[in-house]
Design a protein around this ligand. Structure first.
Ligand SMILES: [Zn+2]
Length: 146
């Protein structure tokens, strides 16, 4: 019920009470998000649509909370809307393995023993004693990360 005591609900309050976003509003938000992400990528303001994920999710959630939505409900809807926008734009989320520093090859910390079989490494060896151990270790790593 509004603060003035009137029993009549505004459109926003009805949306909040229903616990879901009106379809037209959702479609308008999706169109806007897709346009902004496309433009930001073209202008090289962002590298990937994923850069917009957090800001959009937070902004939509905050707007819905301002309209009377419960935080969790607002966050669920915001997350879903952003996910749909990223799917429309065919944004691919990197795998867990691709998100690790070792994936980029920029982190070089020598191991004392082979990561796969545990034999002591020669000075020129970094993580593995041989190519076979490297393959087996990365196969297991990627299986675990998938
Ligand atoms: Zn080995």
């Amino acid at each position: 019920m509004p603060f003035d005591g009137s029993p009549r609900l505004s459109r926003r309050e009805r949306d909040a009470a229903r616990g879901r976003l009106a379809k037209m509003r959702a479609e308008a938000m999706l169109g806007l998000m897709c346009a902004v992400i496309r433009m930001a990528r073209e202008e090289r303001i962002i590298v990937t649509g994923l850069n917009a994920e957090g800001p959009f999710r937070g902004a939509i959630r905050a707007a819905l909370c301002d309209q009377g939505w419960r935080w969790q409900q607002a966050d669920d809807v915001a997350m879903h809307l952003v996910e749909v926008a990223l799917n429309i734009l065919q944004v691919r989320r990197p795998s867990w393995a691709e998100g690790q520093q070792a994936w980029t090859g920029t982190l070089i910390v020598r191991d004392a023993q082979c990561r796969n079989c545990g034999v002591p490494l020669a000075p020129r060896q970094v993580h593995f004693c041989c190519g076979s151990c490297r393959s087996r270790w990365w196969d297991a790593f990627n299986r675990q990360a998938a």
